[in-house]
Design a protein around this ligand. Structure first.
Ligand code: 0L1
Ligand code: MG
Length: 263
């Protein structure tokens, strides 16, 4: 059930998208609209997506967010969320990320699944995801909540496309059968110092569980994950704030590394 009308949804989508495109902070939208529901929040996110597509932007993937206990505790929320990835979010491996075009970026070590069969919910489970996966590859997400000081609640975050902003993917593609996804280790280094370490199981107990949850959440809106989708599973480690001039490398057990620099 939604409590906001079409005009309110459209206005809030414009407000949050403008903050994203022009890189300015806003206060969380539930302050002004405390009656907002989860359906309203997703309606705003989908309206931002529609606005971008109407301007010719391509949607190149989906992301799950807040999928680890570390992230949920860090941000004070109790369940995961999803967002979409637009074509201009993609940064080449080893590339420069313009800090001035963002508000207060943080990086997260993630993995991406690329599917070869459609996944539909409800009832999608890890086994379905593993069977439908073409390959898995390293991914780093740059999140940049439009909310001042990353202070928000889950509904406000969902409306803000789950803080999506940039992502890098690359390294080695691998078949799920050759990986121990639960124990797959990642090491994040910033300016040559190890700042975070983690293993795949940090994400909902198994990385594939995150993709299954996405299929089930999309199922609630009559949507699915089509074959050929690129899906980021959420952070394996806590997010790390990046300043202008910072460089990072994330090393993935058996899958190579991803690097980048904020300029
Ligand atoms: O990708 C994520 O896990 C982040 C989702 C939104 C919450 C945040 O901005 O930290
Ligand atoms: Mg993320």
């Amino acid at each position: 059930m939604g409590n906001l009308n079409k005009e309110q949804i459209a206005k809030l989508a414009e407000h949050l998208e403008t903050a994203e495109l022009e890189a300015f902070e806003v206060t969380k939208i539930t302050d002004e609209f405390p009656e907002m529901t989860y359906q309203d929040a997703f309606d705003i996110q989908w309206e931002i997506r529609r606005r971008k597509e109407a301007r010719g932007t391509k949607i190149v993937g989906m992301k799950m967010g807040l999928t680890s206990w570390a992230k949920m505790a860090q941000m004070g929320v109790e369940q995961p969320c999803y967002g979409f990835l637009a074509d201009y979010f993609s940064v080449p491996e080893g590339g420069d990320i313009k800090h001035d075009g963002l508000i207060h970026p943080k990086i997260e070590a993630e993995l991406a699944f690329v599917t070869k069969h459609e996944l539909t919910g409800p009832g999608c489970h890890i086994g379905d995801v593993l069977r439908a996966t073409d390959f898995v590859m390293p991914a780093v997400e740059v999140i940049d909540s439009r909310y001042k000081d990353f202070k928000f609640d889950l509904k406000s975050v969902i409306a803000d496309n789950s803080s999506s902003s940039r992502f890098i993917t690359g390294g080695r593609m691998a078949d799920v059968a050759e990986l121990d996804l639960k124990n797959l280790g990642v090491v994040m280094e910033v300016n040559g110092q190890v700042v975070q370490t983690g293993a795949g199981a940090a994400v909902l107990g198994h990385p594939a569980a995150s993709v299954a949850m996405l299929a089930n959440m999309l199922g609630e809106r009559g949507e699915s994950i089509p074959a050929g989708s690129f899906i980021m599973i959420g952070a394996i480690t806590a997010a790390v704030q990046m300043n202008k001039g910072d460089s990072f490398v994330v090393r993935y057990q058996g899958l190579g590394s991803l690097s980048g620099r904020f300029v």
